[in-house]
Each structure stands twice: as C-alpha cells, then as structure tokens.
Design a protein around this ligand. Structure first.
Ligand SMILES: *[C@@H]1O[C@H](CO)[C@@H](O)[C@H](O)[C@H]1NC(C)=O
Length: 163
C-alpha cells in the first residue's frame, strides 16, 4: 500500500513538472503571438520643398491595421499630432494646424499592416522626428524627415563636382 502511494507521488511530481513546463510554454507562445513590431526606415527620409513624400511605417509580422488606432506625432509640436486614425477615420480636427489636409494614410494598404504616412507639399517646417505609434500594441518607431531646398541641393552637387 505504501509502495503504491509512493509511486503515485513520484508520478504526481513528474506530472506537476510537466504541467509547469506546459504552462510556461503556453505563456511564452501567448506573449509572442500577435505581437507585431512597428518598423520604420533605418535612414532619414530626405525631401525637397513642395514634394509629396512617404514616411514608411509597417507592422511586422503583417497585421490588419484598418481597425486599429494609429497616431503620427511630433513631440516638438503642440498639439503634437500630425495624423490620428481611429475607428476607420482620419480625424482631421486632431491635427496640428500646419498639417491640415496635408497628411493621410494609404487606406487600402492598412490591411497589409502598412501604416506609412503621406505628407503633401512638404514645407521646411516639416523637418523633424516623427513618431509612428500603435496604442493597441503599445509599440512605436521614429522616422526622421530632412527637408532640403534646391539651393542646398545645388550647393551640395557643386561641392561634389569641385571635389
Ligand atoms: C506602403 O504603401 C505605400 C503606398 O502605396 C507604398 O509606396 C509602400 O511601398 C508600401 N510599403 C510596403 C512595405 O509595402
């Protein structure tokens, strides 16, 4: 009888170890699943005044972002928002006035996790650091925008030629 009880306890010890590992595995899988990263470009985006440009930002692995909130912001501005996408709508009233009707997302691309920002008719004052943030994932990336003028470009090219 004692023997039976002992072997039952040994068995139970083993099974509690098994239960522990199974639980740990599930916890690990759960914490990794569905946790896309927000990915931006490694290099700054360079634009000339008046250009229409794209600041790249993507969810990787791909997740449908259409029903998610997406915020593009510059922390040096007040209000800081460049674009706010919520409930399938671009909330124009949230934008900093200098970006009114100049920023948009590619709505057909959202389902591919492409939350890149389009800025039309770039101004010199658009230069700065942009944050691409997905509240639901609590993840963000930053994208640097450098704005040049034709004079600057010509100066750089001239310098390159003379070197
Ligand atoms: C995201 O969409 C824009 C606009 O269509 C496109 O230029 C860009 O290549 C897309 N990015 C990716 C990673 O597919």
């Amino acid at each position: 009888m004692l023997h039976v009880r002992r072997s039952f306890m040994v068995l139970c010890d083993r099974c509690s170890v098994l239960v522990f590992y199974t639980a740990a595995c599930f916890a690990l899988i759960h914490s990794c699943r569905g946790q896309s990263e927000v990915i931006g470009p490694l290099q700054p985006v360079v634009a000339l005044i008046g250009d229409d440009i794209i600041l790249p930002c993507n969810l990787d692995p791909v997740m449908d972002a259409f029903d998610m909130a997406v915020e593009w912001a510059r922390s040096d501005l007040d209000p800081r928002f460049v674009l706010v996408w919520r409930d399938g709508v671009d909330l124009e009233s949230k934008k900093h006035p200098s970006y009114t009707r100049r920023t948009s997302l590619f709505t057909d691309e959202l389902k591919n996790g492409n939350i890149s920002l389009k800025i039309s008719k770039v101004k010199l004052s658009d230069e700065g650091t942009y944050k691409c943030f997905v509240p639901e994932l609590n993840k963000h990336t930053t994208v640097q925008l450098v704005v040049g003028t034709w004079q600057l470009l010509r100066a750089m090219l001239t310098k390159q030629v003379s070197n």
